[in-house]
Design a protein around this ligand. Structure first.
Ligand code: URA
Length: 235
């Protein structure tokens, strides 16, 4: 693929802007300045350096963000900054969007992509992709609550009960809850339905991907679409 086309596909701006980056000597490959926007390069395994930043070529982008509290997943946030502001401009430019949403006060693993088919596969209720949440509760957690969450609780917008795929206590006031759907405020509403209240909420896994322990809040990394779709250990 031609260099200018590669830069364009990765979100570095209009074709003219991408040519301008090359002419300005801001694009390197293996330490060499690339000065011809029409140069043909193989995209497989290609890592460019653009304005000093290493940029691996991805036909489709999939990134894993450690969402901090105080950010909204909406593209048009109302009260807090958008999670999109935590990503570099080329990812925003190429139309990356969150796969499902986390509430403003929820922390943890958020995936974002520009791959519409992947969004569909990972959010469609048909595919039962497990998401694991670490929940801090206001009141102590008891066996009755765990049993009800596993058996299914009825939420106010649907008579069909929603069940946790897995649910274990962690400490006196904690729960680890695995859900395979993604209804609006689902964890908070399920926990409220069994007479408790969510005080803190953190997502630790999405499908086959776990939040890396060394990834700081507000930081992101490239993720592997095959890994996210592989089964979660123990499910
Ligand atoms: N369930 C919730 O209630 N909030 C989230 O952010 C995610 C799941």
């Amino acid at each position: 693929m031609k260099l200018a086309q590669i830069l364009f596909s990765q979100g570095f701006g209009t074709r003219r802007t991408c040519e301008g980056l090359v002419w300005a000597g801001l694009v390197r490959h293996q330490g060499r300045v690339l000065d011809n926007p029409a140069e043909d390069l193989p995209t497989e395994g290609l890592v460019l350096e653009v304005e000093g930043r290493s940029w691996p070529y991805h036909a489709k982008a999939l990134v894993l963000l450690h969402k901090p509290a105080g950010y909204e997943c909406s593209q048009k946030p109302r009260h807090h900054p958008s999670v999109m502001s935590l990503l570099p401009a080329p990812l925003r430019e190429r139309g990356v969007q969150p796969i499902g949403r986390l509430d403003e006060d929820t922390t943890g693993l958020l995936l974002l992509t520009d791959d519409g088919a992947l969004i569909h596969r990972l959010t469609s209720p048909k595919h039962h992709v497990p998401k694991v949440y670490e929940v801090g509760c206001k009141h102590p957690v008891d066996d009755r609550m765990l049993a009800s969450l596993l058996a299914g609780v009825v939420l106010d917008d649907d008579p069909a009960p929603v069940r946790a795929a897995a649910c274990v206590a962690s400490g006196s006031h904690g729960l680890q809850l695995t859900l395979t759907e993604g209804k609006y405020h689902q964890v908070k509403r399920m926990v409220a339905a069994v007479g408790n209240r969510v005080e803190t909420l953190h997502r630790s896994r999405f499908g086959g991907l776990a939040l890396p322990p060394d990834l700081k809040p507000g930081h992101w990394l490239w993720a592997d679409a095959t890994a996210v779709q592989s089964p979660l250990p123990g499910h």
